[in-house]
Design a protein around this ligand. Structure first.
Ligand code: ADP
Length: 543
């Protein structure tokens, strides 16, 4: 027997139409390249996105055609987020920090038809334009200067449009967007998001035990809109009618704090590196900014050290840890504590909060060890696998990557985890970053997170380096806070209470900075390469 409900596809169009009708006066604020702010409303965004949709349709963009965006986080990017999918186009967000060769590869692999680019990013495009074939290049005058000759002007096109796009009939499984993985572990791979996946993901992250997004929120996505749909925040914010603050280019910690304080932001998010920088500014000048009490910060992208939770709590700011991947649309697990955990000791609560959390509704998880699925006992490690309606089922045009899915249809994440009886996932490492010393595994993430709790340490990476006796040993690469010093012996002593002796890094190297990927994660592959011939000071010491 079938249900008697209507067949109504889950697409972005009704979500967008509803926001246009219900929330016309809600503000959208953007920071411009000259640091000025631009303000308009949902009503403006709605009409301009429709105008853009109409323009694209008039110029021949058909359902399934890819429209690429090379843009910072600002209002025109939000317009593009809706204008492309509501006419059946596929929005391909481009990571502006990639090398031109890699960008050209991605654009050609995705077969992008049209490019929408911020004028301030034309220098990026110009480095690769001879290697790609766009039918049209539309330039957004984001800087406020006239669009250079030879390019179409976004504003002029919108002005000429009659803003009445013909909504095409969409199936919920039709593609709405695509994004390539940031390539931390190998060549970029394209993930194509369906309308249904984006809609369900927007619901999922809006839930009270996830990010809890409501129309009373002011949301500032400090992660890039070109990376995994800015963790879904722009779509979810529009679905709920929240005020949106888009922080523009070259975000420095002080600028983030200025915006958080000036716009009284209640929900924001970015990778741990960003929050480490923000926290240092805040601790240096605690009186300079006034953050709304109870502001939530979503931290994801790499493991969040405990020290961040403790230190942000002192400012009345609640940091929420989440985990995700480009392939999971991207938020797969979120760490909020159940009522029974509120009575745990303070230390236990902080430890729980550093875990990556429980799977969102409809996301199923399991961990696979050497001899099959491991129990949820918080001890046994295994590779995290998942399935669900917003988990990728394949990569775009890359059948050779089929091994990333198990034969029974689960996605293999490459992350090594334990899962406790309450379903809380704890990532111990990426399979490629684990350190194997004398046959035993060492979690680089655990050691790094312990190191950044030291008052002199700004950032730390721990990588596996070949060792004649133990196959691999951990080497710690340390960036110190300005004006501080600390000896290797002091750091070893600092770690000694938390780790077995054989898990401690043998050597500590002090560097002015660490390499990061285009999305702000530690680039450990480069560090492993750089130090692969390291001659151990402690080579002769017995462990
Ligand atoms: P890339 O795979 O190129 O790094 P993604 O942004 O898709 O690009 O990264 C996903 C990976 O980031 C995950 O597989 C995981 O290793 C890491 N990651 C994301 N969130 C967290 C987190 N909260 N804690 C630890 N690792 C995380």
């Amino acid at each position: 027997m079938k249900g008697t409900m209507m067949q109504f596809p889950l697409t972005l169009t009704p979500l967008f139409e509803r926001a246009g009708k219900l929330f016309p006066n809600v503000e959208i604020v953007s920071r411009r390249p000259d640091n000025s702010t631009h303000r308009y409303t949902y009503d403006d965004m709605y009409h301009r996105a429709r105008a853009l949709a109409d323009t694209l349709q008039q110029s021949g963009v058909r359902p399934g055609d890819r429209v690429a965006a090379l843009m910072w986080n600002h209002s025109a990017h939000l317009e593009v987020y809706f204008a492309v999918p509501i006419i059946g186009g596929v929005l391909h967000t481009l990571n502006l920090r990639l090398h031109p060769d890699e960008l050209a590869f991605i654009i050609n692999h995705a077969e992008d038809h049209v490019l929408i680019v911020d004028d301030v990013l034309l220098p990026v495009f110009e480095k690769l334009k001879d290697r790609v074939k766009f039918q049209r290049v539309i330039v957004v005058p984001f800087s406020g200067n006239p669009v250079p000759n030879g390019y179409e002007d976004y504003e002029m096109l919108l002005g000429q449009s009659n803003a009445t796009p013909k909504y095409v009939e969409l199936h919920e499984d039709d593609a709405a967007g695509m994004c390539y993985t940031s390539g931390t572990t190998g060549k970029p791979k394209g993930v194509v998001y369906s309308h249904r996946a984006i809609v369900l993901h927007s619901y999922s992250i809006s839930l009270p035990d996830n990010f809890g997004i409501s129309r009373t929120d002011t949301v500032l996505p400090a992660m890039s809109m070109f990376h995994a749909n800015a963790w879904g925040l722009p779509y979810a914010a529009v679905m709920n009618g929240a005020k949106i603050v888009l922080p523009g280019p070259n975000l420095q910690p002080e600028l983030i704090l200025d915006l958080l304080s000036a716009e009284q932001v209640t929900l924001t998010g970015a990778v741990p590196t960003v929050w480490l920088g923000v926290l240092q500014c805040l601790e240096r000048e605690p009186k300079r900014w006034s953050l709304p009490k109870g502001m939530r910060i979503i931290i994801a992208g790499s493991a969040a050290p405990e020290t961040l939770f403790r230190r942000f709590d002192k400012f009345g700011v609640r940091m929420i840890h989440a985990w995700g991947m480009t392939e999971t649309a991207p938020i797969g697990t979120v760490c909020t504590l159940g009522p029974e955990m509120q009575s745990c000791s303070e230390d236990a609560r902080y430890e729980l909060r550093t875990r990556q959390g429980v799977p969102s509704p409809f996301v199923e998880i399991r961990a696979i060890g050497d001899s099959g699925e491991v129990p949820w006992d918080g001890q046994a490690p295994g590779e995290l696998e998942l399935r669900g309606p917003f988990i990728a089922g394949s990569y775009y045009n890359l059948p050779e990557e089929g091994h990333k899915w198990s034969t029974d249809g689960w996605f293999r994440t490459g992350d090594v985890v334990t899962i406790d009886p309450a379903g809380y996932v704890k990532i111990t490492d990426r399979t490629k970053d684990l350190i194997k010393s004398g046959g035993e595994w060492i979690s680089s993430v655990d050691v790094e997170n312990a190191l950044v709790a030291h008052p002199a340490v700004a950032e730390a990476a721990v990588v596996a380096v070949p060792h004649p006796k133990w196959q691999e040993r951990p080497l710690a690469l340390i960036v110190l806070k300005n004006g501080t010093t600390v000896s290797s012996e002091e750091l070893r002593t600092f770690l000694v209470s938390r780790f077995a002796k054989w898990q401690l890094p043998d050597d500590f190297v002090y560097l002015p900075e660490l390499p990061h990927t285009s999305t702000g994660k530690l680039l450990k592959s480069e560090l492993r390469q750089r130090y692969k011939t390291w001659s151990w000071q402690s080579e002769k010491s017995e462990l």
